[in-house]
Design a protein around this ligand. Structure first.
Ligand SMILES: C[S@@+](CC[C@H](N)C(=O)[O-])C[C@H]1O[C@@H](n2cnc3c(N)ncnc32)[C@H](O)[C@@H]1O
Length: 387
């Protein structure tokens, strides 16, 4: 594997990182994007591809949080081995001494008593490589590095990659207005896929907040890349950055639609959140086609059957009587929305219990650090959906 400037057609080992539990969702997305050969790892999926694929995946992949390209892979017996092997990497061919860098990653190895130490060793190897070439060293910037490396050590096995995304890919660039409890954009994109929505049926989010689920659903239905509004990609700071290649990929991406292939409706009880959702969605050409109603969920003007995908309030960030709210939600679904399909993400098991409907499927997921469940329901007219 040679990820250096001259290797435009070389096949690279590309690792797409994802959130807990979404590996198979990401693999499905990769298949749809034209990468049928996938290997599922823990919180990641691996494929092979070229630098053009790396650029495309950063733009198009909705379910990944970072796109890594392997630089080196080796085995060590001691701490010292890590420094020695890292010193063999041609760091000066990867990035310019004027760029800042940082190393992040994960260490699961008894070789290292202090898990910060391996990062220091690789940092030293990078700095010493530059010093030996030009007596100049690049600076470290942990918060906003131009170039980000990923170090992963499992027992004796070391993988060093360059993180071609830099800032995580959920920083899409379209969500400028948020409320107190926004859903992570990558989680939203994964849930849209996991829900089984067919991209044609009317989709309703009755607790839409800043509109994340609606935005990701509309992006998927229109084929517009979720990262079309994002400016930052760390691959632009690498020495092998091919601006013409990136521009041809970016310019050929779809971005303007004259209509939506389906109806999307949002609602929120808060006037402020309704304005924020509208503002975020109008970043896109499809924004004006998405109707956002300022209303409590049970007063929404929608007619069943629809596909409901939503994230009701569930934690201390939004003071709410959970039992009452979810109880009312369950009654509304049962009595007003059957026959419909429903997907709900919530961190409140008490809330799910209060809904009083039997879930067709349950998935453990995380919204940032908050452990949640995503439950799917099928509402039938009659008694079938009741507990
Ligand atoms: C967890 S937030 C949704 C966040 C959203 N997914 C996002 O990414 O911004 C829950 C939203 O439900 C709204 N809400 C609370 N009670 C409601 C009700 N009875 N009817 C409709 N919306 C309600 C809140 O104003 C809040 O915006």
């Amino acid at each position: 594997m040679d990820p250096t400037p001259s290797s435009k057609t070389t096949l690279l080992k590309i690792t797409l990182k994802c959130f807990y539990g979404f590996e198979s969702i990401l693999a499905d997305e990769l298949k749809e994007l034209g990468y049928p050969e996938t290997e599922l790892l823990n919180r990641a999926v691996q494929i092979k591809g070229t630098w053009a694929d790396v650029y495309k995946l950063n733009l198009y992949c909705r379910c990944a949080i970072a796109v890594l390209v392997e630089i080196d892979h080796f085995y060590i017996q001691s701490e010292e081995d890590l420094y020695k092997r890292a010193l063999r990497i041609k760091w000066h061919e990867l990035f310019d001494v004027k760029k800042t860098f940082a190393i992040k990653g994960a260490i699961f190895s008894p070789i290292f008593k202090n898990t910060h130490y391996p990062f220091l060793l690789v940092k030293d190897a990078i700095v010493d490589t530059f010093k030996s070439k030009a007596d100049e060293r690049p600076n470290i910037d942990v918060k906003k590095p131009s170039v980000l490396f990923d170090l992963y050590i499992k027992d004796k096995e070391v993988t060093i990659s360059v993180n071609t995304s830099g800032l995580p890919l959920f920083q899409r660039g379209y969500r400028t207005a948020v409320g107190p409890a926004p859903l992570n954009e990558v989680v939203a994109a994964c849930l849209v896929r996991m829900s089984g929505w067919d991209r044609k049926q009317t989709l309703v989010d009755p607790f839409c907040g800043s509109g994340t689920l609606l935005a990701e659903a509309a992006l998927l239905a229109t084929g517009i890349p979720s990262n079309i509004e994002r400016q930052h990609f760390a691959f632009k700071n690498l020495k092998n950055y091919d601006a013409a290649l990136w521009e041809s990929i970016y310019e050929s991406a779809p971005r303007v639609v004259r209509q939506l292939p389906c109806q999307l409706i949002g609602g929120d009880i808060s006037d402020e959140m309704v304005l924020k959702a509208r503002r975020n969605l109008r970043t896109f050409s499809f924004g004006r086609f998405i109707e956002i109603q300022a209303a409590p969920f049970d007063k929404l003007k929608v007619e069943a059957p629809v596909f409901i995908l939503t994230n009701p309030p569930y934690d201390e960030r939004l003071a709410t009587d959970i039992e009452e709210l979810y109880g009312n939600l369950g009654s509304w679904l049962k009595h007003q929305m059957a026959p419909s399909k429903v997907g709900i993400i919530s961190g409140s098991l008490e809330g799910f219990h209060a809904i009083g409907l039997k879930a067709a499927a349950k998935h453990r997921v995380f919204n940032g650090d908050i452990e949640c469940e995503f439950r799917k329901y099928e509402l039938f007219e009659g008694k079938k959906a009741l507990n």
